[in-house]
Design a binder for this molecule. Structure first.
Ligand code: ADP
Length: 488
């Protein structure tokens, strides 16, 4: 683990600005911790306002050149970075594991996805869209150009420190946009490792800049106020998303937000309960429950509720909590003690408000940085659902609510401000599809947990955010349309 950290980041724990590593203008540093042990992994330069301004200046200077680079050449740079990352994919996984605390198998899957999403976006850059129209008026043709929107500020969360960077940076670079990336303060090392891969591949200076900081607001304020930043792409909390949207208003930036979810699950009376349990255990407890698409609340119809809860409880009790580097561990620690305290408070609120604790919720082991929490289930009845179930449950806590029928299940499923992911378990595709249409969310898994595939657009409705990431739609968010009419 130590070798990987040193190799990928420890040797150059600076900011990456204008193609070079720099200690930054503040002269300050901050520590990155391993949540599993509480130990310091690395000491990293701490970006400030001047660094943010320098990064935007570099990105703005790089914009004309990168925008005018033919797709094939942009692809070759992305391919070079992909090759560098793929060569070090095992180390990248260890780094992700070390700074997030997620089990190594999950970190390996994330490293693999990070590399292959960059690869997919690399291919997309060769086939950016455009349109041509003949004779739109007498003696007149038209072309619709899709140009890069401009400099993109990307702000990423800690739960998928590589994959979230791939989704934003891969798409923006493919579209021809330089990026200023501000990774989460808990997990800057993976982002720095990715920057290193792009440096190796000969990405022109300024096209990608990375600003680790322990003071996100001081960097964020500059990025959001700067007239040369055209677009901000953010994944994180609703509170910060609303703040960024307000800040972006003054310069009318394009705002792409992915603000988390509170994913409901509807289990119908003819569902395959074993399948539902197996998929939901994955969909809830992956990354110790710290994923925005994670199943939060299950609405199960009364007639199968007892069987479902029994099978679910048995499966959840079989999950193993332990050191993320051990292959036997299904759940590692949570990211930090603040996250632990939040989920504990939500569990207590549910139990004090009509819910009953079925299993779990104990702190099994802790250190100065974080704690390991045993996977928990809280159950309740549909007519007395605890109020806290309307909040995002970002940890290993699953709510199970018994419902009269499918209609009550759908009504309660939609009774939240969020709308990112949802799940349905039904005996037929037709019944599953019917419920899927009624869920007010951006992605639905019918008889399955969700997987991330590059061609599939992803994003939220309502308070879960604005815009789509991944897929062709995810590239197009970074393009601006220009209509040119041609008289002849
Ligand atoms: P989480 O609860 O997942 O930590 P946050 O919204 O706090 O969610 O963090 C997501 C990202 O937003 C991180 O990169 C974090 O540093 C960043 N962030 C937090 N506050 C601000 C801010 N005021 N301006 C810009 N970015 C911020």
């Amino acid at each position: 683990s130590h070798t990987a950290v040193e190799f990928l980041a420890g040797t150059e724990p600076g900011l990456f600005v204008d193609g070079a590593w720099t200690p930054g203008a503040t002269g300050e540093t901050f520590e990155v911790f391993d949540p599993a042990s509480g130990r310091v992994l690395a000491t990293v330069a701490d970006a400030g306002a001047d660094d943010a301004a320098a990064a935007v200046t570099a990105a703005a200077a790089a914009l004309p050149g990168w925008a005018a680079t033919p797709g094939w050449e942009r692809y070759e740079v992305l391919r070079g970075a992909v090759e560098a990352m793929r060569k070090n994919q095992d180390d990248l996984a260890v780094l992700i594991c070390a700074e997030t605390g997620k089990p190594l198998a999950e970190a390996r899957a994330e490293a693999r996805n990070t590399v292959r999403f960059f690869e997919w976006f690399g291919h997309e850059t060769m086939r950016l869209p455009g349109q041509a129209w003949s004779d739109v008026a007498a003696g007149r043709d038209a072309v619709v150009l899709q140009e890069p929107v401009g400099v993109v500020a990307a702000i990423t969360p800690w739960n998928f420190p590589g994959f979230m960077v791939a989704c934003k940076v891969g798409a923006a670079l493919a579209a021809g946009c330089p990026v200023v990336l501000k990774p989460a303060e808990q997990t800057p090392l993976t982002a720095l490792a990715i920057a290193k891969a792009f440096q190796t591949a000969g990405l022109p200076p300024g096209v990608l800049n990375v600003l680790p900081t322990s003071h996100p607001a001081r960097v964020g304020e500059v990025l959001l106020a700067h007239p040369d930043v055209a677009c901000v792409s953010f994944t994180g909390s609703r509170r910060v998303g609303e703040l960024l949207m307000r800040e972006a208003a003054a310069t009318v930036k394009r705002v792409l937000l992915e603000l988390g979810g509170n994913a409901p699950v509807v289990v119908l009376d003819d569902a395959d309960l074993d399948l539902a349990v197996a998929q939901l255990v994955r969909a809830r407890y992956l990354n110790a429950g710290q994923a925005c698409v994670a199943a939060n609340r299950v609405y199960v119809v009364e007639s199968v509720a007892a069987d479902f809860v029994a099978a679910l409880t048995e499966a959840v009790r079989g999950l193993r909590v332990g050191d993320p580097l051990e292959s036997t561990s299904d759940l590692g620690p949570m990211i930090d003690l603040a996250a632990v305290e939040r989920i504990e408070a939500q569990l207590a609120a549910a139990v004090g408000d009509g819910g009953s604790l079925v299993t779990g919720g104990d702190r099994l082991r802790s250190n100065d940085v974080s704690a390991y929490v045993s996977p928990a289930i809280v159950s309740a009845d549909g007519d007395r659902q605890p109020g806290v179930f309307a909040e995002e449950l970002f940890g290993p806590l699953l709510a199970v609510v018994r419902c009269r029928d499918a209609d009550e299940a759908v009504q309660l499923a939609n009774a939240t401000d969020y709308g990112l992911a949802g799940y349905v378990f039904a005996g037929s595709a037709a019944r599953g599809m019917e419920i899927a249409r009624r869920l007010r969310v951006g992605s639905v898994g019918v008889n399955c947990a969700l997987v991330s595939e590059p061609q599939l657009p992803f994003g939220g409705v309502r308070a879960s955010g604005l815009g789509r990431e991944r897929g062709r739609a995810g590239v197009e968010e970074f393009l601006e349309t220009k209509t040119v009419q041609l008289g002849r």
